[in-house]
Design a protein around this ligand. Structure first.
Ligand SMILES: Cc1cc2nc3c(=O)[nH]c(=O)nc-3n(C[C@H](O)[C@H](O)[C@H](O)COP(=O)(O)OP(=O)(O)OC[C@H]3O[C@@H](n4cnc5c(N)ncnc54)[C@H](O)[C@@H]3O)c2cc1C
Length: 461
């Protein structure tokens, strides 16, 4: 158990009195577990963790942060790559006990409390033959992924998560509880669709759900060569919009279904998701299977939630990562990616490529705070490291590959940014998007109470 002294500026007894939820202080059981986030290099000791029970608790915790000046972290699924879900010495507003979910199957909508995960909402919606798209990992919180955008297995068919956000309930810096949608507080509704946690704490999201009764998906593992990588991307670009793909080019992990001699060899660990019937799915996936003899082929008709298999144990890698968009992956670029991955001896290194387009690209760039509607391919480059010296080496490798991949698209997807500073945040919010966010920030959070995030300071600050 952690035994550091309690930060004197946060009156914990008062919080215990006021909250309906659970208050976890440094000397309480469960403190270490409660302060743990997915980013393996983050080891912060907050003064207190407030596991809120409802919207009134959220207002109370925000009031305490306002009055004390303590740094406020907002935590949902804890997956922020920057470790923004936990504060050093401040207050963590932890939403994970808020798991109410109301599905209106006839209206095809769901009100979901902000402590739910992507997997939990997906499983519950699928019981009605319905779905809303999140990302590739079930344990990601709906709070973070929705407010940042949401790119997953349904992105080309139905768009980003925010494209199915119909309304939200949000507590702002002054403690007001606002219901926002396209007609009510439209500026705030615009800002929380891509602008992240800058504007308040969303307590409930209302999603549009889509009928999704047939789905074909799973993992296809191919040997990674210049031809297969370029071919995979070309096939993904030509595929019908029902198909969204993720190509992870990486050394094969020691997965039980892969022959032992393949472990450590460079492969495309492809994740394919086809939102449609089995026959059409087979047709859409055939070009990928034809690229090479698959090392493993687990793509088959499934229930959509099976795209989120159970996650076992604690996964907290020490990793450096960068995100970017690229315009094209031709054979030369694919060869360069393969060559760089082969040259590295990091325990794990990956170039992840996601072809975008489809429904996501049809939304006007200024309709939400996610402006990258024309971006073609989302690329994430990452490497594991083993200590401070190794970190420098791995970061240089990641930076070099990013520099070599850089084409015309200078943007970035906010949800994959690490702790990289204002220039990176600005690349997520180009030009007019930044200006509009900053002016909405000035209106709803003039003192930048919500600053432990990919921060957009209030205009004029
Ligand atoms: C293994 C892994 C896989 C991922 N895969 C994908 C993917 O496929 N697609 C994709 O789009 N993204 C993906 N991401 C990125 C993910 O969407 C972001 O890291 C997201 O911010 C995580 O949300 P969270 O609630 O789990 O994180 P947290 O760390 O709990 O929250 C992150 C930040 O989001 C904000 N936030 C959270 N909840 C609220 C709320 N209720 N109201 C206001 N602000 C809030 C806060 O600023 C908070 O600091 C992945 C991340 C990981 C680690």
């Amino acid at each position: 158990m952690q035994t550091t002294t309690t930060n004197p500026i946060v009156p914990i007894p008062r919080l215990r009195d006021e909250l309906d939820g659970t208050v976890i202080a440094p000397d309480d059981d469960g403190y270490d577990q409660a302060r743990t986030v997915v980013a393996g290099w983050v080891d912060r000791h907050p003064a207190v963790i407030a596991r809120v029970a409802g919207v009134a608790d959220v207002s109370r915790v925000i009031a305490l942060a306002r009055e004390t000046g303590a740094e406020l972290a907002v935590r949902c699924g804890g997956h922020s790559g920057a470790g923004h879900g936990v504060s050093e010495g401040g207050i963590v507003l932890d939403l994970t006990d808020m798991k109410g979910l109301e599905i209106d199957a006839d209206a095809r909508t769901a009100w979901a409390e902000a402590g739910l995960t992507a997997g939990e909402v997906t499983t519950a919606a699928a019981a009605h033959g319905l779905a809303v798209g999140f990302g590739d990992t079930g344990s990601v919180g709906i709070g973070g992924i929705t407010t940042g955008g949401g790119v997953g297995y349904l992105v080309r068919k139905f768009g980003l998560t925010i494209d199915d956000l119909l309304a939200a309930e949000i507590v702002t810096a002054d403690g007001s509880v606002l219901q926002v949608d396209a007609e009510t507080h439209p500026d705030l509704f615009w800002a929380i669709r891509g602008g992240g946690g800058n504007f308040g704490v969303v307590t409930r999201f209302k999603y549009r759900l889509h009928e999704l009764v047939s789905f074909v998906g799973g993992m296809l593992v191919l040997p990674a060569t210049a031809d297969t990588v370029a071919g995979f991307i070309a096939a993904a670009e030509e595929a019908p919009e029902e198909l969204s793909t993720i190509a992870n080019i990486m050394p094969a992990p020691p997965m039980p279904f892969l022959p032992e001699e393949v472990h450590g060899q460079l492969v495309i660990l492809g994740m394919l998701g086809f939102a449609g019937d089995a026959e059409a799915g087979e047709r859409a996936i055939a070009p990928f299977r034809a690229l090479a003899t698959p090392l493993a082929d687990m793509v088959k008709p499934i229930q959509y939630p099976e795209m989120y298999p159970p996650e076992e144990g604690e996964y907290r890698p020490l990793a450096v990562a960068r995100t970017m968009f690229v315009d094209r992956i031709d054979r030369d670029i694919a060869a360069m990616i393969v060559e760089r991955l082969e040259a590295s001896d990091a325990a794990m290194r990956v170039a992840q490529l996601r072809v975008l387009g489809g429904a996501m690209a049809r939304v006007p760039a200024d309709a939400t705070a996610f402006a990258h509607r024309g971006s073609r391919i989302l690329a994430n480059i990452a490497a594991f490291y083993e200590g401070p010296d190794d970190k420098v080496v791995r970061q240089a490798w990641v930076d070099d590959l990013v520099a070599s991949l850089r084409q015309s698209d200078q943007g970035a997807y906010v949800n994959f940014l690490a702790d990289e500073g204002e220039a990176a945040v600005r690349s997520a919010y180009p030009g007019p998007t930044w200006d509009r966010l900053a002016s909405i920030k000035r209106r709803y959070d003039p003192t930048n109470l919500f600053r432990l995030n990919q921060n957009v300071p209030p205009a004029g600050a």
